[in-house]
Design a binder for this molecule. Structure first.
Ligand SMILES: [Cu+2]
Length: 114
């Protein structure tokens, strides 16, 4: 009886472990997308991104709250992005570009264009 309960607990634990491993693998795949920024939990991810001149960065808002993508030098400014909306900008000139959310200015990221 106890053995049976223990086996069941082990199976559940193993299943949950597999779920965590699968989630981690999925996160790694998303992180490898070179010029993509995800907006989630009121954060830009990654918070710093290095790309080559001529690259286009795509931001995608996964939050239920709207966010914007604003450059502090006024080079680009997205409309309010609702959930799953995207915004793209092509970085032609090398430099360091600071980005924040116009609605939640504590959300920040830095994009370095080489
Ligand atoms: Cu925001």
């Amino acid at each position: 009886m106890l053995t049976k309960i223990f086996r069941r607990a082990a199976a559940v634990t193993f299943g949950f472990g597999m779920f965590i491993a699968a989630s981690a693998a999925l996160t790694v795949v998303q992180a490898q997308e070179p010029d993509a920024v995800v907006i989630k939990n009121f954060m830009f991810s990654p918070m710093s991104l290095t790309i080559k001149a001529g690259s286009t960065v795509t931001w995608k808002n996964l939050d239920g709250e709207p966010h914007t993508v604003v450059n502090d030098a006024g080079i680009f400014h997205s409309a309010a992005l609702d959930q799953n909306d995207t915004f793209q900008f092509k970085f032609d000139k090398p430099g360091v570009y600071k980005v924040f959310c116009g609605i939640h200015p504590t959300m920040k990221e830095t994009i370095t264009v080489q």
